[in-house]
Design a protein around this ligand. Structure first.
Ligand code: NAD
Length: 265
């Protein structure tokens, strides 16, 4: 996979959910592009492993224990990154989970948990980041990890689809409010990527839908793509780097679908 060359030197990034999967790859890619990175996750040990990897590669990073559903934890984590690196220029709000169930059987507590991590987490991290980005109109960019499910629905994913649609609204509102402060916002919308989050879903969906695991992969996950190929963590890191490095507000308030043609806008 060709890595995109983007220059983020002098920039400070905070990536949530960065101990694993997409967030981890984005944190590594941003550090390799010159940014100092706050590697934030509920899994503190995992965040420390990733930040240590960045430092071993000669980059700058700190691990940050952060539950994105806690306002105090988010504020403390964002402040720790700013204290360490002096500013905050890029927020990647990426932490997320998946819970698969039909609406009729969906536990309300699971619905609330999904909204808390995806929607409340995006709001709380944005609010905390903006305090620093708005200072002296330094500006910045906020990138939300949406999904093809920000645009499409699938059975068994009511809470996830609702949460991912909500991110479009938050991002578009921020594009309008943030413009005067030189802040841009975007939603990156991946198709299926083989991360732990997706690997867990394959047997769950097979059971719920009465299919084999291979049928779930071929028909449910990749059936709508143009070529039957999974999107990769590198594809999403490249997209995120491009948006972080883009120099003007010609691009703001947009959603970028990276899905092998599964959804075309
Ligand atoms: P992953 O399970 O590999 O990583 C998710 C990370 O988020 C984990 O490290 C986890 O500890 C962390 N996390 C969970 N709850 C948290 C909380 N409350 N506070 C802080 N961190 C928390 O999953 P992934 O596939 O890399 O998913 C990352 C994001 O990408 C999610 O928002 C997901 O919805 C989105 N996404 C994934 C895919 C895919 O196919 N993998 C497709 C579209 C969108």
């Amino acid at each position: 996979m060709t890595k995109l060359a983007a220059d983020l030197s002098g920039k400070v990034a905070l990536v949530t959910g960065a101990a694993s999967g997409l967030g981890k790859e984005i944190a590594l890619a941003m550090a390799r592009s010159g940014a100092a990175v706050g590697v934030a996750d509920l899994n503190a040990e995992g965040a420390n492993v990733v930040s240590e990897q960045i430092r071993n590669e000669g980059g700058r990073a700190i691990g940050v224990l952060m539950d994105v559903t806690s306002e105090n934890a988010v504020d403390a984590g964002v402040n720790a990154v700013v204290e360490e690196f002096g500013a905050l220029d890029i927020l990647v709000s990426n932490a997320g989970i998946q819970i698969v169930s039909s609406i009729v059987d969906f536990a309300y507590s699971d619905w609330r948990k999904m909204q808390a991590i995806h929607v409340d987490g995006a709001f709380l991290t944005t609010k905390a980041a903006l305090r620093h980005m708005y200072k002296d109109s330094r500006g910045g960019v906020v990138i939300y990890m949406g999904s093809v499910h920000s645009h499409l629905a699938s059975p068994l994913k009511s809470a996830y689809v609702s949460a991912k649609h909500a991110l479009l609204g938050l991002s578009r509102t921020l594009a309008k409010e943030g413009a005067a402060h030189n802040v841009r916002s975007h939603v990156v919308c991946p198709g299926f990527v083989r991360t732990p989050l997706v690997d867990r879903q394959i047997p769950e969906q097979a059971k719920e839908l009465g299919l084999t695991e291979d049928e779930v992969i071929r028909n449910v996950m990749l059936g709508g793509t143009v070529d039957g190929i999974f999107t990769t963590v590198e594809d999403i890191a490249n997209m995120t780097l491009y948006l972080a490095a883009f120099p003007t507000a010609a691009l703001t308030g947009q959603s970028f679908v990276v899905s092998h043609g599964w959804f075309m806008q």
